[in-house]
Each structure stands twice: as structure tokens, then as C-alpha cells.
Design a protein. Structure first.
Length: 103
């Protein structure tokens, strides 16, 4: 049991480090890279399930690889990491609350 409790504490510490590292993308937002008009230039845009930017569900981010595009990539990675940490923490907490067998 102490190993599970330590793992849960490690997840909490990791969650705090991620939250302090920068802004986090909201759930339901993703990136799309596209090439308009068959040109050799790729652009990035944000898409959302619901309107987030005024009445629009899309927001342009300039060229793919730009600073704004990389920033949103990192925001989405942080969000996904936090969701994974939450999933693992729930599983560990369930094991602590209802152990399978104790000697």
C-alpha cells in the first residue's frame, strides 16, 4: 500500500508541475494543419466543438511551425497529460479504497 500511496503523491506532484509550466488548452479544442489552394505553404488553425472565439469555431494561427502554433501544441499536450494523470490517479485511488487482498 505505501507504494500505491507514493505513486499517487508522485502523480499529484507531476500535475502541479504541468499546471505551473504554462496555459492549458480547453477540452474540445484541437489543431488542424491545412494547405490552402494546393500551395506549398501549410497553415495551422484551431478548431473547437462549440463556438469559442466570438461565434466562430475556428481560429487561424498563421503558418504551421510558427510560435503561436507551437504554443497551442504545448497547451494541448499539457491538457492531454493532465487527463492521463487524472485517469491514473482515479485507478490508484480505487485500488487504495478497495484492495484486492491483504496478507
Amino acid at each position: 500500500m505505501p507504494a500505491l500511496q507514493q505513486a499517487l503523491e508522485d502523480l499529484r506532484a507531476h500535475r502541479q508541475r504541468i499546471e505551473k509550466s504554462g496555459p492549458i488548452a480547453p477540452v474540445g479544442v484541437w489543431l488542424e494543419v491545412y494547405c490552402p489552394g494546393g500551395r506549398d505553404v501549410y497553415y495551422a488553425r484551431l478548431k473547437a466543438e462549440t463556438p469559442m472565439w466570438g461565434q466562430s469555431r475556428m481560429r487561424g494561427l498563421k503558418r504551421a511551425g510558427s510560435a503561436e502554433h507551437r504554443d497551442w501544441q504545448n497547451r494541448i499536450k499539457r491538457r492531454d497529460a493532465l487527463l492521463e494523470i487524472e485517469r491514473r490517479a482515479i485507478a490508484l485511488q480505487a485500488m487504495l479504497d478497495d484492495p484486492i487482498w491483504e496478507p
